[in-house]
Structure formats: structure tokens, C-alpha cells
Design a protein around this ligand. Sequence first.
Ligand code: SF4
Length: 179
Amino acid sequence: MLLGMKRDAANAYLRLREEVDERAAELMRLHAGHLVCRAGCTACCVNLTVLPVEFEAIRRSLACASGDRIPFDTLAACGFLTASGLCSIYAHRPIICRTHGLPIAFAGEDGEGCSVSFCQRNFTDADEDELDFGPENTLDVDVMNEHLSRLNLAYLAESGVNPSADGRIELRKLTEQRE
Ligand code: SF4
């Protein structure tokens, strides 16, 4: 249970996270022959900022999971990486981390057209047909981010925070705020 978070935003965030996990698992199966993603690969890991609703959900679930202080390596690409290249907050990691390596679709800056991006270590042996991406074999990151943004606005409203004051929060601050 996410103590302290308003019920609707918290539950909706967890449902969105489950949906992303399910879609990511589908895409992993679909593209299995072209993905080299594996435990210990850190190519996509960088220090992140997240929206307040996501920060709070992760903070609370970590507080429930363990009272231990989370180590943070300031020299690593993401401070939550362990020496063996594993994520120390894996079960609680942000939604974007759950899409690492997979083909994600997003609209161009002018809102026209659609681009697809994936880790360059993947699809290295794919032929042209296998690089024919569409809604059926990509994750629509714009839809995902819109959903997350709406949840964040709901969370801020429930918490009485002025949406104009909404800023992203460095994930590393999880190490400062344990309960
Ligand atoms: S939180 Fe975990 S999965 Fe996400 S970038 Fe950091 S180490 Fe990688």
C-alpha cells in the first residue's frame, strides 16, 4: 500500500506500470530474435528525473520493501547501478526503465510523422522487412507519457500542489528520503 499518496493517483500509476510491463513483455517476445538485452547490460541506464507522482510511488514502495539505505554510486551512469551492472531498485524502477532497448514510437517535433527508436545494440542483423515498425510492434511512448502526465496532474491536485510548480525530481533523491 502506498501510504500517504492519494488513492486514485497511486492506484492508477501502478496500473499504468503494469500495462507497460505487459506491453514490454509482449514486445520482448515479438522481437526476441533481435534483442541482446540481458541482465548486466547497462547501455540504456543514465541518471533520471521523474515526475512527482512517480517519485512518490517509488519512494513509498521502497520504504515498504526495506528499511535499508539504498547505495548510490556517483560515478556510475545511473547511481542505482551496482558494481555488477544490476539495478538496485529493479522491482521499483521508473516506467521509462521498463522500456529500455525496445522499439519505441514517438511523434516528430512538429507533431507530423512518427519516429522509432531502439537501443543500437539491438536489431543489428535485422533485414528491411524486420525493421518495418508500426503500432503492432512498437510501444507508443507519447501515449504512455500523456497518461503519466495526466496522473501527475491528478496527484498534484490531490496533494494541493499548484501544477505550475510541478517540476521533475532527480531519482537520486530517493536516497535522501527513506521512511
Ligand atoms: S533506475 Fe535502474 S534501470 Fe533505471 S536507469 Fe537506473 S539502474 Fe538503469
